[in-house]
Design a protein around this ligand. Structure first.
Ligand SMILES: NC(=O)c1ccc[n+]([C@@H]2O[C@H](COP(=O)([O-])OP(=O)(O)OC[C@H]3O[C@@H](n4cnc5c(N)ncnc54)[C@H](O)[C@@H]3O)[C@@H](O)[C@H]2O)c1
Length: 336
């Protein structure tokens, strides 16, 4: 089997490529390196360029007529940036995705997996969601994901392409073999901030302690990025069983089914590091939400997939990756 991974030089796409190669699925990478790293595409068939570039996509399919499935991870993903530059985000994530799918149709691509996001949900009172929960994205970034999902489903309804949208929860960790991990030196999610506090000897700020959760802090469904990649491998191999007919689309949540609050994440972090970091309570940041976690019946049923790694593994792998990151990904002018 051969798969084209758009955005395959990024954090998640590169991990999917490694998970594929470990089971004998070969991958071709298409990435414009806007946030991805050339080092992550080394040793693979790599096309540097944009998903909206029709002649380039045509060339890829001419040179690889045996591509069976396309995985679309290429997007801009920073929520505050999407608030500051909605035009840029809609252009990058929606307009270019429409161009991309048009190029794929022309090249007779019939199987398409879209990297969607749990951020499109409006969580109910119990903070759990499933695939039928209301869609209520809270940022331009999340709305671009919701728009793309709907757009792809509309296209799949009448054109010869089948679309599987995987709604990811909150990926953490790195490839356990340390081939890839987060490119960013200073990730802004809670775990990234804890790692920064540990490195700099400062205290970690718990931003928001009055959410309607068991301890007042935000809740997330942290999924190890390797488990997320493994879900794609299953989705690839089961694609025709999942979507047996032409002109169909479906969605599956990819999370662990367990909600973890910021205080719980901090406790686990402190059980892994020595000395433990200090924390102090702080006000909510604008735009933050209480969060949500998945009810995971559908992933279990349709993919027969379950996460293998726990939060402590994700933290350990993130720390291990951070300690080698600068060797694997040297600082350059483009990546200071
Ligand atoms: N990281 C998360 O927390 C998270 C959560 C849910 C969903 N997702 C989705 O997963 C996907 C991958 O996210 P990630 O965390 O790996 O981000 P990332 O920034 O590491 O990867 C995105 C990749 O896409 C490439 N890219 C962007 N626009 C492109 C274009 N027009 N043409 C070609 N390549 C382009 C970038 O260079 C990068 O390599 C995204 O679609 C994102 O919306 C991510």
């Amino acid at each position: 089997m051969k798969v084209l991974i758009a955005g395959g030089a990024g954090y998640i796409g590169s991990t999917i490529a490694s998970a594929c190669s470990d089971v004998g699925i070969s991958s071709v990478i298409l990435d414009n390196l806007v946030t991805g790293r050339r080092e992550f595409a080394a040793r693979r068939e790599f096309y540097e360029g944009d998903i909206a570039d029709g002649p380039l996509v045509d060339r890829i399919f001419t040179e690889h007529p045996d591509i069976d499935v396309v995985i679309h991870c290429a997007a801009l993903i920073v929520v505050p940036d999407s608030v500051a530059d909605p035009v840029g985000y809609y252009r990058a994530n929606v307009v270019k995705s429409l161009e991309f799918v048009t190029h794929l149709l022309r090249n007779r691509c019939e199987r398409f997996i879209f990297s969607s996001s749990a951020s499109i949900y409006g969580a109910g009172a119990d903070l759990t969601v499933d695939e039928n929960s209301p869609i209520d994205p809270q940022s331009p970034y999340a709305r671009t994901k919701a728009v793309c999902e709907a757009m792809f489903a509309d296209i799949a309804a009448t054109r010869p392409i089948r679309v599987l949208s995987l709604r990811y929860f909150n990926p953490i960790g790195a490839d356990p073999k340390m081939r890839t991990g987060l490119q960013l030196p200073k990730p802004t999610h809670a775990l990234g901030k804890m790692m920064q506090a540990q490195e700099e000897g400062t205290s970690f700020q718990i931003t928001g302690t009055d959410y309607p959760t068991r301890d007042g802090t935000g809740i997330r469904d942290y999924i190890h990025v390797w488990d997320l990649a493994a879900a794609h491998v299953v989705a690839l191999t089961r694609f025709d069983a999942l979507l047996p007919r032409a002109s169909t689309s479906t969605v599956i949540n990819i999370g662990t089914g367990t909600g973890t609050t910021v205080r719980e994440l901090l406790d686990t972090f402190n059980s892994v590091v020595s000395p433990p970091i200090q924390a102090r309570d702080a006000a909510r940041r604008p735009g933050d939400v209480a969060g949500a976690y998945t009810r995971m019946n559908r992933a279990r049923q349709l993919l027969d997939w379950q996460p293998q790694y726990g939060i402590a593994d994700g933290i350990r792998h993130s720390l291990q990756w951070a300690s080698i990151r600068d060797e694997v990904l040297p600082h350059t002018a483009a990546h200071p």
